[in-house]
Design a protein around this ligand. Structure first.
Ligand SMILES: C[S@@+](CC[C@H](N)C(=O)[O-])C[C@H]1O[C@@H](n2cnc3c(N)ncnc32)[C@H](O)[C@@H]1O
Length: 306
């Protein structure tokens, strides 16, 4: 269940040095068609980039509800967004319904999902998301959760590792990498991100333009955070809380996410639950990609509740 957030906690571990630029910001703001007195949910508030722009367009009767499963991100967002018209909750976005109930708000005018990980999670090496770090394998968005990347890598059966790598990483060498992981851990646990990245590198016999561990790390992260189930449930919950005419905007960063978003919106469109606003996804222009390379794979899709 979602937890209200303690604001302005002294435990502010991230001061924003890793400059955060919200992705497809103008497109999101335009698609949300923000009304001054509306209720908007940022289901992935992160470092508050999109939230801040939404908040700036609200009048005194509007409200912004920000959800994130990462307590550290919320602490950062709380300091950035302040308290006026802002309600921040720690929890999973599949719990949007409960969050609204808790706030005694019935419906929302818009819901935004900006999927994946934040700069804070990626750049803070001790969070164990980046294959370029010597940190312990972790990858939990919610640090109070039990399952971490370390458990997946060191405890999963070979066949389950294969499944994760194939399904969530679309990794062609899923068998070879799973085997190497199992062989390596016989002589002691695989503790760090760098150790795992090295095992994948060896399976590939070297690296090309993209580090070959990218897919393995994506796969394990998705498994640890149950990201695809969360996405299906989160979008369904969002549809449930939207007012007629309310808008749903989703930014995804890889094909597995985008497929889920595209198919759900298409199905809901056919069922007459929404009007699909994006026949084709919106993507960042050349300038945005040059300014912010993290935006390069972003796809924005949206729908209007009927
Ligand atoms: C790309 S960042 C969002 C950045 C944000 N739009 C901004 O401009 O600062 C994604 C955020 O979503 C959060 N997140 C991912 N999956 C979630 C879920 N199922 N429930 C709640 N938060 C989630 C992550 O913890 C992360 O902070």
């Amino acid at each position: 269940m979602s937890k209200p957030l303690l604001r302005n906690s002294p435990n502010m571990a991230f001061s924003g040095q890793a400059a955060h630029v919200p992705v497809l910001l103008n497109e999101v703001i335009e698609m949300l068609e923000i009304r001054e007195d509306g209720v908007y949910i940022d289901a992935t508030v992160g470092l508050g980039g999109h939230s801040s722009a939404i908040l700036g367009r609200l009048g005194s009767h509007g409200a912004l509800i920000g959800i994130d499963r990462d307590e550290e991100a919320l602490t950062y967002a709380a300091n950035k967004l302040g308290t006026d018209k802002v309600y921040l909750r720690q929890g999973r976005f599949s719990e949007i319904g409960e969050v609204l109930q808790d706030l005694r708000i019935e419906r929302a005018d818009g819901v935004l999902f900006d999927l994946g990980v934040s700069m804070l999670q990626l750049k803070k090496h001790e969070r164990g998301f980046s294959f370029m770090s010597d940190a312990r394998l972790d990858m939990r968005m919610d640090s109070s959760q039990k399952l971490s990347a370390w458990n997946v890598v060191n405890r999963y059966l070979e066949k389950d590792l294969q499944r994760v790598l194939q399904e969530f990483g679309e990794e062609p060498l899923f068998r070879k990498i799973a085997k190497r992981i199992v062989i390596s851990r016989k002589s002691g646990p695989i503790n760090t991100c760098a150790e795992l990245a090295d095992i994948v590198l060896q399976a590939y016999g070297g690296r090309g333009k993209t580090h070959p561990a990218t897919r393995t790390f994506q796969a394990i992260r998705i498994e640890v955070n149950r990201e695809l189930d969360e996405l299906r449930n989160g979008l369904t919950s969002a549809l449930g809380v939207l007012k007629a005419g309310g808008r749903l905007c989703v930014i995804s960063y890889h094909s597995l996410e985008d497929r889920i978003v595209k198919n759900l919106l298409r199905d809901w469109g056919k069922e007459g639950l929404i009007k699909v606003l994006t026949k084709k996804p919106m993507t960042p222009g050349r300038e945005e990609v040059l300014r912010n390379s993290a935006s390069r794979s972003a796809k924005l899709r949206g729908g209007e509740k009927l």
